[in-house]
Ligand binder design. Structure first.
Ligand SMILES: NC(=O)c1ccc[n+]([C@@H]2O[C@H](COP(=O)([O-])OP(=O)(O)OC[C@H]3O[C@@H](n4cnc5c(N)ncnc54)[C@H](OP(=O)(O)O)[C@@H]3O)[C@@H](O)[C@H]2O)c1
Length: 305
């Protein structure tokens, strides 16, 4: 069965379940996983320059028999190419690694910049660069005219940043990819994005490896009631909120399982609010005072628009 799609604000259709690829980089496993996933019906693949595995993904993509137009390939530019003059080259580099002529969606991975020579995932203050987000965004907008990318969006952008950004955009981001799972539900951000025609993609939809969403007693009870797994409950909950999911698995059985979601009752959906923990897996630079505005939404005052 084909995965259902959601329509972006530019009319492009994006499959609502995609395959995550972060840390799926053991030699040989990833290529096998991509091929298996596509056989099972996955069409949306979530990549990023910083994951360091796009060459292997590109090789696997080049060997697929599915037409390119049926795939939905996403990638993200890292913080060290935020300077506007570096953005087009960063896209070319991604296309080169993935062996593609165009991407379906390119995201700004995080809303802050690092110096060109800094590709760390754990920046210190010396890694940071002073590049206004709108300068990077205007360079992203220009990429649409090149035909090398069908849609552009952002990732890890909170509401305060988007509120400042949207009135200045020629093209409003099509997607905001943020951490969303039952222990980090972000209801205000989801509502804000959806009201502004920005599709939310939830990353770490299963809580990743560190957050024990799948051991939650409530989720386990719901899974029992629907004769499915806790992972399927977590994914079904996101999809019922209109949030796209990109679970990562390199296991054949779990890849298949993650495509089969269930319909939760409205009572079950309501009860999820009781298990919220505001627990995040991913927050690089979490201890940097200079990046507080990225991670603490209530005090978010983006200095660089
Ligand atoms: N934009 C961003 O800043 C950002 C940040 C983080 C992640 N992402 C994207 O989001 C994707 C997903 O996030 P994630 O990989 O951190 O976490 P995740 O998808 O929530 O969880 C992945 C973990 O769950 C396991 N798993 C998968 N399906 C399962 C199932 N049905 N039952 C039990 N366990 C299952 C996987 O192990 P097995 O592989 O062994 O099945 C893996 O250990 C990433 O791969 C990446 O593409 C984006």
């Amino acid at each position: 069965m084909p995965v259902k799609t959601i329509t972006l604000n530019n009319g492009v259709a994006m499959p609502e379940i995609g395959l995550g690829t972060w840390k799926a980089d053991e030699e040989g496993i990833l290529a096998k996983t991509i091929k298996k996933a596509v056989d099972l019906g996955y069409r949306h693949i979530d990549c990023a320059k910083i994951y360091g595995n796009q060459k292997e993904i590109g090789k696997a993509l080049s060997e697929l028999t599915v037409p390119r137009k049926d795939l939905f390939i996403v990638s993200k530019i890292w913080q060290n190419v935020h300077r506007p003059e570096l953005v087009a080259g960063a896209l070319d580099d991604i296309l080169d690694e993935l062996q593609l002529e165009y991407l379906d969606l390119l995201l700004i991975h995080w809303p802050y910049a690092q110096k060109p020579e800094s590709d760390t995932m754990n920046p210190t203050v010396d890694d940071l660069d002073n590049v206004p987000i709108m300068d990077t965004w205007r360079a992203m907008e220009a990429l649409l005219d090149s035909g090398k990318v069908r849609s552009i969006g952002v990732s890890n952008f909170n509401q305060a940043i988007l509120e400042k950004m949207i009135p200045q955009c020629r093209v409003v981001p099509a997607v905001n990819q943020v951490e969303i799972h039952p222990y980090n539900q972000a209801p205000e951000l989801v509502k804000f994005c959806q009201e502004n025609n920005i599709v939310v993609t939830g990353y770490c939809p299963l809580g990743g490896t560190k957050i024990s969403v799948m051991d939650d007693d409530f989720i386990k009870r719901v899974a029992n009631a629907h004769a499915c797994t806790p992972a399927q409950v977590a994914l079904s909950w996101s999809l019922a909120r209109g949030v796209v999911v990109i679970p990562k698995s390199t296991n054949e059985l779990r890849l298949e399982q993650n495509l089969k979601t269930v319909t939760l009752t409205s009572d079950e959906m309501r009860m999820f609010s009781k298990i919220e923990k505001h627990e995040r897996k991913v927050d690089p630079g979490r201890d940097l005072k200079e990046l507080e505005w990225v991670f603490h939404e209530d005090t978010a005052a983006c200095p660089l628009i």
